[in-house]
Design a protein. Sequence first.
Length: 465
Amino acid sequence: MHLIAIGGSDAGISAALRARELDPAAEVSVVVADAYPNFSICGIPYYVSGEVPRWRNLAHRSIADLEATGMSLRLDTTARRIDVAARKLLVTSADGTEELLGYDKLVVGTGAVPVRPPISGLAGPGALGPDDGVHLLHSMGDTFAVMRTLTEAAPASAVIVGAGYIGLEMADALTVRGLQVTQMEQLPEVLPTVDPDLGALVHAELVARGVQVLTGTTVRAISRNATGQAARLRVEATAADGTAVTRQADMVLVVVGVRPEVSLAVSAGATLGARGAITVDRMMRTGLPEVYAAGDCVITHHRLLGETYLPLGTTAHKQGRVAGENALGGNREFAGSLGTQVVKIFDQAAARTGLRDHEAIAAGFEPVTVAAEADDHKAYYPGSHRIHMRFTGDRATGRLLGVQLFGHRHAEIAKRIDIAATAIFHNMTVDAVSDLDLSYTPPLGSPWDAVQIGAQAWVRHARQL
Ligand SMILES: Cc1cc2nc3c(=O)[nH]c(=O)nc-3n(C[C@H](O)[C@H](O)[C@H](O)COP(=O)(O)OP(=O)(O)OC[C@H]3O[C@@H](n4cnc5c(N)ncnc54)[C@H](O)[C@@H]3O)c2cc1C
């Protein structure tokens, strides 16, 4: 039995690890286009900021650790074509040598690539790139290019195009490194994955840390400045009211989302679903014989929305594990995502799980969203922080549909969103959250945890409707 996983990030490695764990006799190979298998790309902003001093520290496991599990790694090797009928994979190594690898089962984990928005100067002949200080960010290769710009060109200023979670993490990282950062976002508020009320709190934190935030601002062009100018790049944008906005910067980072990398699977005959990602069933089968797929290249089964596309590391790990298990004859289903996520912005954190109003309406619910606040622990014990919450429940059934949180990074925002995620996962009502037996000691919590106070606020409000 020979399993080949294509892709050496969260999905591909998870599949390979699971296969080796279940059957130490299985031959497992991982084909990786670059030389950095099992790197935590989620940690890139913290290497850029200097908080993680060495890039090698970002490895979840070293190459030696991976090989010790019994898998074989084919690094700097790109999968070019899948011959489904013959069960062969055509690969090329860095020197261009072609090879046909036979497989019994295949897991496609080709991930995602950064979106290159239609900004003049980013594409076509003479397009600006890393040598000019213009960067996209997804892989370790992209990271090394960013670090070269930071160390060799010593930029004093940066424009970040996009204020999603990666854009925010990079605003934090570059500010920590001493750059003057301008963040441009075409939507009306930063972190558009949460309601604007919470986005406004994130916005305030950015401004308090010296980031210039321009929302409702669409970047149109990036160009080289004439020599003698204060900065080497010029960014031209249009504000929501149509006025022109121009900024000079030594470095530009474009982080406006990702798209699934599906070319290999498509040429083998795979079908595509939400946002052009590979269609898979909950066992991570593509429909092509013996071919599974997982991670950022596939659609995501959402527990409340059905088929969607939600590229996240947590999801890629789980889907990869399911694919690896089923490739070995298992019968496991991916249980589904709730889009649970958290981001640190300087000293604050924002998190969400489940649905916001517009998503809940689209899914056929009758959502009611209620804002609430509570302290993370008893205020009489030093160092307490206020947590801002938004609870969304279904008016008809009282079912908990979604929660959003914002508060200090030491206010256990991540673990509190996980309480909500667990409750939604198990179809609990908002009211039942109050019944959960949660821990309490004054320095760390309250007799009613913050999430229970939020749930009670929702129930009080819903009763009056
Ligand atoms: C800066 C940053 C921060 C992030 N932070 C978070 C976070 O905090 N939390 C979270 O949940 N998620 C986060 N994510 C998202 C998360 O990293 C991704 O969802 C996850 O890495 C997806 O894993 P994957 O294996 O599906 O794909 P990818 O990580 O995209 O990896 C794809 C792999 O396939 C290889 N490959 C592609 N094509 C071929 C080919 N033809 N042949 C051989 N190899 C190929 C690539 O080299 C790579 O090894 C972050 C992402 C970034 C960029």
